[in-house]
Design a protein. Structure first.
Length: 243
């Protein structure tokens, strides 16, 4: 009798666990981009942070060196990956500051958007940053990604604007690993901005303990913590007015 009761309890626990997992499926996120996404493995860092913060996530990426969204469209691998089904598909290409690059960013964001929505997901635009030797392009980069996100009613992930805010406070902050790719610090700002954009916290959750935990998980130095958190949150909540 005891064995039968134990077996029944174990079966009941398994059923409850399975039901809970079905009712709370993991958040599925796909990144499509180039070396500005895969340098320092930003998708994996976002996934690691999300799990450490108690989020159940599945994160994958389709990335190739120097690829634009047009290149991904022509290659076909991104479309095949999208068809697997996601909650969010994050699109990224280069700075796209010139009028022609902006046009292509918007055009191919629009092409990918129906595929993304057909797969049950919402498109998101991962705004990157100007190269270190063309920092005057920051405003144009920000505007290009804003326009692309608006064109498809997508989520804007304003990493480039967060970078601009950090550099505006202290241009010596080493966000660049070379002329275009992120350093470990630049990656920290990117991961923060992506995480806050995709996993927004309510005002009661976003307290000192919450901030301290994320800073500890990302190993952000105390001297940079407030600057990085302010830059990421303000870029999302209070976008800069561009000239």
């Amino acid at each position: 009798m005891l064995r039968a009761i134990t077996a029944s309890l174990l079966l009941l626990c398994a059923v409850i666990t399975a039901a809970h997992a079905e009712a709370n499926p993991p958040r599925r996120i796909l990144f499509i981009g180039n070396s500005l996404t895969y340098t320092t493995d930003i998708p994996a860092r976002v996934a690691k942070l999300a799990r450490a913060m108690g989020k159940d996530v599945v994160v994958e990426s389709v990335t190739f060196p120097s690829y634009s969204l047009e290149d991904h469209w022509n290659h076909g691998g991104a479309a095949a990956a999208i068809a697997k089904g996601w909650d969010v598909v994050v699109l990224q290409q280069g700075p796209s500051a010139s009028p022609e690059s902006r046009k292509h960013l918007v055009e191919f964001t629009k092409r990918f958007a129906p595929l993304i929505r057909a797969a049950g997901a919402r498109p998101a635009l991962y705004m990157v940053w100007a190269s270190s030797d063309r920092q005057r392009d920051f405003s144009a980069v920000v505007e290009s990604y804003r326009v692309a996100a608006q064109a498809v009613d997508g989520i804007l992930i304003p990493v480039g604007e967060a970078w601009l805010r950090v550099l505006s406070k202290d241009k010596r902050t080493k966000l660049y690993g070379d002329t275009i790719h992120p350093s470990s610090l630049g990656s920290d700002v990117a991961v923060l901005t992506i995480y806050f954009s995709l996993f927004p916290a309510g005002p009661t959750e976003f307290d000192e303990a919450y901030i301290a935990k994320i800073a500890r998980l990302l190993e952000i130095d105390k001297s940079l913590r407030d600057s990085f958190f302010d830059a990421a949150t303000l870029a999302i909540d209070e976008p800069l007015k561009l000239r």
